[in-house]
Design a binder for this molecule. Structure first.
Ligand code: HEC
Ligand code: HEC
Length: 150
């Protein structure tokens, strides 16, 4: 009895599966582009370590995107309730002075939830943790290069 069920299953399998799919080479699975049996050592990368103002600002893709952080951030993290080094330097009245931190823009003082039409005095809470939007840099090569063009 058990044999006949097995036989039936084996006969029906090709019919159910349709035409055989092309095999995917294991090197094409995932981003490491190695055999799935390899345990590749991730390449060493370094965090950006320059002091603020030392590195030229990278080109911005779009004014609406948060600019990346061009300088090292190790000395200014973590951001806590009582300490926010980013605010200490960047909370400037503006306009931007050469050689100084870029002033935190007006948008960061607008409470979009409660008073979306007015610029307040204080930095809005949702902007407090700068690194949730502004990305620190490393020298790691991108796993997938961006092809985005304006
Ligand atoms: C010691 C002062 C200082 C501290 C602390 C500091 N920054 Fe900066 N930041 C600067 C200066 C100076 C520049 C470069 C401005 C220039 O080159 O025109 C800069 C540039 C930037 C820029 C790029 C702005 C642009 O115009 O493209 C971002 C984003 C930024 N900082 C975010 C941060 C964040 C987030 C933190 C906290 C983790 C931080 N900074 C802490 C001084 C500081
Ligand atoms: C919720 C996301 C978000 C958070 C959190 C945030 N930012 Fe931004 N930031 C942006 C976006 C988006 C822009 C670009 C559009 C704009 O200027 O409003 C920007 C722009 C900036 C700029 C460039 C201004 C210019 O004149 O070009 C600076 C400097 C900056 N932010 C600093 C900070 C600092 C310092 C903090 C933390 C206190 C912070 N931001 C928190 C999203 C954020």
């Amino acid at each position: 009895m058990r044999h006949s069920i097995l036989l039936l299953t084996l006969c029906a399998a090709p019919l159910l599966a349709g035409p055989p799919a092309k095999p995917v080479p294991d090197r094409n699975l995932g981003l490491s582009r190695t055999s799935v049996f390899d345990v590749p050592v991730p390449p060493l990368f370094h965090d950006e370590a320059s002091a603020p103002g030392e590195t030229p600002l990278p080109k911005r893709i779009n004014k609406e995107y948060p600019p990346v952080i061009p300088h090292g951030v190790a000395d200014f993290l973590p951001i806590t309730r009582s300490a926010n080094g980013c605010v200490d330097c960047h909370a400037l009245p503006g306009p931007k002075q050469k050689g100084e931190a870029t002033p935190i823009p007006a948008s960061h003082y607008v409470d979009l939830r409660r008073t979306p039409e007015a610029k307040g005095e204080a930095l809005v809470g949702t902007r407090y943790v700068c690194i949730s939007c502004h990305v620190p840099q490393t020298d790691a090569p991108p796993l997938v290069a961006s092809t985005f063009r304006r």
